[in-house]
Design a protein around this ligand. Structure first.
Ligand code: FAD
Length: 284
């Protein structure tokens, strides 16, 4: 099923998982999926390392397994190192395992300092995929602007190019202050970007994780979030519970304001996904 169809019926609730690190047993992801399945997500997306790491082949296996669980599956596909032939080969593979939803990404620029493959921007990949078959293409977007963009206006203009190239729906980068999302949604409307936009929410598990993520993607960390992290940084259980409460608060507000969907960065932690699901299941 094309995941864009889901937005016609309800507020979409999806989860993101990643292949376990090579140092962790690969089975842990299947235990995670067993638990996520119980929460009946609208779809699960599986990340893919732009660096071309070993666990990329796991992405395809996990995305295929998600389908086997009876859940719609989305595969992430960053293209910084891919040629057109590589992408065509991957699309054939996806067709053969029945996956029709792709999150088309540029990926972060490799340490060599420039794109190594045939695609400069995600919009080039989106257009290429659309020509190759009847895939539902999702793209990334950035409520606070992408870290490389000089201005938010430039970023929205580039997003419009990506949507015009064929992106059917969007998922945002994580953010901790909903006001960024609301003003981004307004900029999208002004620019004529009318596809469904899911808000990406990442519950804090520990202070280091959030500091790393926020610095990588340039997300603003609000004062009340910092206060929470400082108060509970030495108490992992309290930090986890406060992080869940913060994420639930964000989600309740977003749903009340008619968001198209919530994409939860689960960090492969089914306990957190379950707690959040329990708090919001009557709202979606
Ligand atoms: P693009 O849309 O190409 O944008 C990159 C930059 O180029 C932006 O600053 C944009 O404004 C600018 N730009 C775009 N088009 C043009 C143009 N035509 N002319 C001039 N400038 C332009 N990374 C991974 O490696 N693996 C993953 O699995 C993964 N999953 C992600 C999931 C989500 C929901 C999100 C939000 C991000 C994910 N990322 C992942 C990170 C992503 O790859 C990075 O944020 C990357 O730096 C940008 O990717 P993009 O697809 O948004 O790129």
């Amino acid at each position: 099923m094309r995941t864009v169809e889901l937005f016609k019926k309800k507020t979409v609730l999806s989860y993101e998982v990643f292949p376990p690190k090579p140092t962790s047993p690969v089975n842990t992801i299947y235990e995670t999926l067993d638990e996520l399945k119980e929460l009946s997500p609208d779809f699960i997306s599986v990340t893919y390392g732009a660096g071309g790491g070993k666990n990329n082949s796991e992405t395809f296996k996990i995305a295929s397994a998600v389908k086997g669980y009876g859940i719609e599956s989305v595969i992430h596909l960053p293209c910084t190192r891919l040629t057109k032939e590589d992408v065509s080969q991957k699309l054939n593979e996806l067709k053969s395992i029945g996956i029709e939803n792709i999150l088309a990404l540029r990926g972060d620029i490799p340490s060599e300092g420039c794109v190594q493959g045939d695609f400069k921007y995600a919009s080039d990949l989106v257009a290429y995929i659309k020509k190759q078959g009847d895939f539902n293409v999702i793209a990334a977007c950035y409520p606070e602007g992408h870290i490389e963009s000089k201005t938010k206006v430039e970023d929205i203009q580039n997003l419009k190019i990506k949507v015009d190239a064929g992106a059917d729906q969007l998922i945002t980068q994580l953010f901790f202050d909903n006001e960024y999302f609301y003003s981004f949604a307004e900029r999208c409307q002004l620019a004529g970007i009318n596809v469904p936009i899911e808000a990406g929410i990442m519950p804090v598990i520990n202070k280091k994780q959030i500091e790393r993520m926020a610095s990588l993607c340039g997300a603003t960390v609000p004062k009340k979030f910092i206060a929470m992290m400082e108060r509970y940084e030495n108490n992992p259980i309290a930090m986890r519970d406060a992080g869940i409460a913060y994420a639930v608060d964000q989600i309740v507000d977003l749903i009340a304001q008619d968001v198209d969907g919530i994409h939860l960065y689960t960090m492969n932690n089914p306990y957190i996904a379950r707690k959040i699901h329990e708090s919001i299941q009557t709202l979606v």
